[in-house]
Design a protein around this ligand. Structure first.
Ligand SMILES: [Zn+2]
Length: 160
């Protein structure tokens, strides 16, 4: 798992870990278990997701392809886990996952989001079971299994 995972509060980890045992990971379930309300929303053009200033204020994601919605939800959860003291009045993520937070914070959120929807243990076990080198075809198979985009899985497998 990423160095960002190491920074997650142990109490939050305990809530999240059971969800990482089963793929595709139920990201909306993780959000609910953390007390974050996420819902599909009509957002401003070029905005993919938003998170409110507190866990009681609504967070949303755009009506987009399901795999992208799943990543967006994971990304907003990551902001909550890592940056909730910096969210201020709430943040909006563009379709490129940029916000008023620094690019470094955005990269952190993307790495933790990848941990949440493509848990390392599970990926390692699947690669072992497939018994093959990491190829684009493997990325295609695993992207389907994890309900993520092929692009996200390729990055996860180091093919990006
Ligand atoms: Zn973001």
């Amino acid at each position: 798992m990423s160095r960002e995972w190491a920074r997650v509060d142990p109490a939050h980890k305990a809530v999240i870990e059971p969800f990482l045992q089963e793929v595709p990971v139920k990201v909306a379930g993780i959000a609910r278990a953390l007390g974050i309300e996420v819902k599909a929303a009509t957002l401003k053009p070029r905005i993919s997701g938003q998170i409110g200033p507190s866990d009681s204020s609504p967070s949303g994601y755009r009506h987009e392809a399901k795999v992208r919605q799943r990543f967006t939800i994971a990304h907003e959860i990551a902001h909550y886990l890592l940056h909730r003291d910096q969210i201020g009045d709430g943040i909006e993520d563009t379709i490129l996952y940029r916000s008023t937070l620094s690019d470094r914070r955005e990269a952190e959120a993307n790495r933790l989001a990848a941990d949440l929807i493509m848990p390392e243990k599970s990926i390692v076990a699947d690669l072992r079971a497939l018994g093959t080198h990491i190829t684009p075809e493997v990325a295609t198979v695993l992207a389907e299994k994890y309900d993520v985009s092929e692009a996200a899985m390729k990055i996860r497998l180091g093919l990006g």
